[in-house]
Design a protein around this ligand. Structure first.
Ligand code: DX5
Ligand code: ZN
Length: 216
């Protein structure tokens, strides 16, 4: 599955860019929320998510929450109507509380992990998640280069999931293009976030199609 990150779409033509991707068969968008603390950048707030769901009620809104102030930020995005929410392992000391919170509010849950955090830290949570978000760049900005070490991390994570007999999809995020999609697909990734490859390279339809061809 391809989940376009709107971070690098044209903010003045956001709905045009989103529609172009939907017309190419996209069913889920990845919405990067940055709080200026957990990462040194700012992006959108809950109003954007509300407007997204009002305009595109049949399209899934996946929130990648790059915030370590979850008490304030996480409920806002649940209230805004997101379908999936991924918070960072590094951002909270009460992950179980938030996983239960998301379950109670019927939001699918994911846990995100930074390139510098050992993947085995996720082990205790795997059976409680709907998906895992393996960052393939340091979070904070679109347009960065895929970190090659991610392939080994992906293999390690995939082995951990297999050993626990779980059917848990791994999503990769950062520097995904045709080549890195193939690399990560072969290492077991199932969901591919792509921002600048889709929105900063001419025809959105063509870019989505190119990725879809590799995602089989
Ligand atoms: C980075 C974000 C990514 C980013 C991906 O902090 O989590 O989702 O928007 O953008 P590209 O595909 O350009 O690396
Ligand atoms: Zn992201």
């Amino acid at each position: 599955m391809i989940a376009p990150s709107i971070l690098n779409a044209d903010n003045m033509h956001l709905s045009r860019d989103i529609k172009a991707a939907i017309e190419s068969g996209i069913e889920r968008f990845h919405i990067d929320i940055m709080d200026g603390h957990f990462v040194p950048n700012l992006s959108y707030g809950p109003e954007l998510v509300k407007d997204f769901k009002r305009s595109f009620p049949f399209t899934k809104a996946e929130i990648h929450l790059m915030s370590n102030n979850l008490d304030t930020t996480l409920p806002l995005f649940v209230e805004a109507g997101c379908d999936i929410l991924e918070f960072h392992y590094e951002a909270t000391n009460k992950p179980d509380y938030w996983l239960n919170y998301l379950k109670d509010h019927n939001v699918r849950c994911g846990m995100a992990i930074n390139p510098s955090t050992p993947v085995n830290k996720l082990k205790p949570f795997l059976n409680k998640l709907d998906q895992v978000l393996l960052m393939t760049v340091k979070p904070g900005f679109g347009g960065q280069k895929f970190e090659e070490v991610s392939v080994d991390r992906l293999t390690e994570l995939q082995d951990m999931i297999k050993n626990e007999n779980l059917d848990l999809p791994i999503e990769v995020d950062g520097g995904i293009d045709r080549e890195t999609l193939k690399l990560t697909r072969d290492a077991g990734a199932k969901i591919f976030v792509a921002g600048s490859y889709i929105f900063k390279n001419g025809s959105i339809e063509d870019q989505v199609m190119k990725l879809k061809k590799e995602d089989k």
